[in-house]
Design a binder for this molecule. Structure first.
Ligand code: PLP
Length: 449
């Protein structure tokens, strides 16, 4: 790749001088200037290219610069670049219909938002209005977004500095077989005990006060936690029993990440509200939304829904969403994800787990996997402590640096490395990226005993 160090310097100077970054101590970061990308690869101005094993923020499901998405946005921009939400628009309606067609029966309507956080805000708002109750239960080890209610729902340290937020949220433990909060010794026991704990939480918080339970179907950033068999069906059952709305947060795992339109479809359950964003159009133009059950939608047939956004159902975003459906269907993306996940990624990660003393657990589905790193496989002491920063996080920094110097851009969080490449990655690139990760794990092995 050609190097363009003058541009690199200019981009760095503007960024460091003027861009205030998310979640960061501004003086302690050094953002990589990115010159371009194509498919599963992006490159900088210095001539380095990276396989994007984090799909940016696990949103770039169809990869960089997908020609169909780019063309759809260009055509829509040439036709009608924007229109406000209270008018009817062809691509907005087309996308809403397509989403409802792949959602469970009886979920025919879609409220569009700008992203995942506001999708969750509005789903909770709907649940509160329909039930006349206020409280929402969410899991520790979860992320639901950065606005007041969404960050309060979040069960990770990003909530802490934002407290007090929405006071009507209570947290519970979801299943996590590798580090069971319930001392369970099998997946079945984990599901059973996690459900008993959830039911106790409902009873002690007061069922009559609880509007909704929100759950990431597969917990994303907080660990690629796969629900053990029976867990989600049990949550559905508890929601029915206590008159609680079940909100599935599909922001990270919807639209193909695990080889399903919506991840809960792999577990045979149907929620009352689905929130989505990211993969719906690979983030080419910001878009999220709520898929609404007919029962909940009917509540707002004659009573106004008290919520809205200037850019709800933005035509450029929806055009990219319609193109996403066309690509998924034409190119068999869901089948491809299941195939690559079970034939290429899973066996390779299991084989790495057997060979590397630092690998405590590997888990995942489709093109969404976590490698959980430990210092000791017996005690499961994590490679770095929970929420480690600075010096404490150095071992993970070394693993990430080894990935980058091998040409793979990794997703790391606490003591985990996630594997979440674009769903269009070639089998060769996928294998090449896994080779790089395999070698990078020796940096973690050096700390393991
Ligand atoms: N929910 C989940 C599961 C997410 O992973 C995210 C973002 O990472 C969000 C919600 C928030 O989405 P957004 O950043 O688009 O507001």
């Amino acid at each position: 790749l050609p190097s363009d160090l003058d541009t690199d310097q200019r981009v760095r100077a503007d960024d460091r001088g003027h861009v205030f970054h998310s979640w960061s101590a501004q003086a302690l970061i050094d953002p990589l200037p990115v010159a371009g990308g194509e498919g599963a690869t992006f490159w900088d101005y210095a001539g380095n290219s990276y396989l994007d094993f984090s799909s940016q923020l696990v949103n770039l499901n169809l990869g960089h610069q997908h020609p169909d998405l780019v063309r759809a946005i260009q055509e829509q921009a040439g036709r009608l670049a924007t229109i406000q939400p209270s008018m009817a628009n062809d691509v907005r309606g087309d996308l809403a219909r397509r989403i409802s067609e792949v959602a469970p029966d009886g979920m025919s309507k879609v409220f569009f938002t700008n992203g995942g956080a506001d999708a969750n805000e509005n789903a909770v708002r709907m649940a509160r209005l329909v039930t006349g109750r206020r409280k929402v239960l969410s899991a520790y080890r979860s992320y639901h977004g950065n606005t007041t209610t969404a960050i309060s729902l979040t069960g990770d340290p990003r909530r802490w500095a934002n407290e007090p937020g929405d006071g009507s949220v209570a947290h519970f433990f979801g299943p996590y077989p590798y580090r069971s909060a319930f001392h369970a010794s099998s997946d079945e026991e984990e599901a059973e005990r996690a459900l008993a704990h959830l039911e106790q939480t409902i009873i002690l918080e007061g069922a009559s006060t609880i509007a909704a339970i929100i759950l990431e179907t597969v917990v994303g950033t907080n660990g690629v936690l796969i629900p053990p068999p029976g867990y989600l069906a049990g949550v559905r059952e508890l929601c029915d029993r206590y008159g609680i709305i079940y909100i599935a947060d599909e922001v990270m795992v919807g639209f193909g990440r695990i080889g399903e339109w919506f991840a809960f479809q792999a577990y045979d359950v149907a929620p009352d509200l689905i929130t989505f964003a990211k993969g719906v159009n690979s983030g080419y133009v910001p878009l999220g939304g709520v898929v609404i059950s007919d029962r909940i939608a009917a509540h707002f047939d004659t009573v106004a829904f008290p919520g809205g956004l200037t850019y709800s159902g933005h035509p450029l975003a929806c055009a990219a969403g319609v193109a996403t459906f066309e690509v998924f269907e034409r190119d068999g993306i869901l089948e491809r994800v299941r195939d690559l996940g079970s034939r290429v990624v899973e066996p390779r990660l299991r084989e790495m787990a057997a060979r590397h003393p630092s690998v405590g657990d590997v888990r995942g589905r489709g093109l969404f996997w976590a490698i959980e790193l430990v210092r000791d496989r017996e005690t499961r002491e994590p490679l770095v402590p929970f929420n480690a920063g600075g010096k404490d996080a150095a071992p993970m920094g070394e693993v990430a640096a080894a990935c980058k110097s091998g040409g793979v851009w990794p997703f790391t969080h606490f003591n985990r490395l996630h594997v979440a490449p674009p769903l269009v990655i070639s089998e060769d690139d996928l294998t090449r990226g896994l080779d790089v990760i395999d070698r990078a794990l020796s940096a973690a092995d050096a700390y393991a005993h």
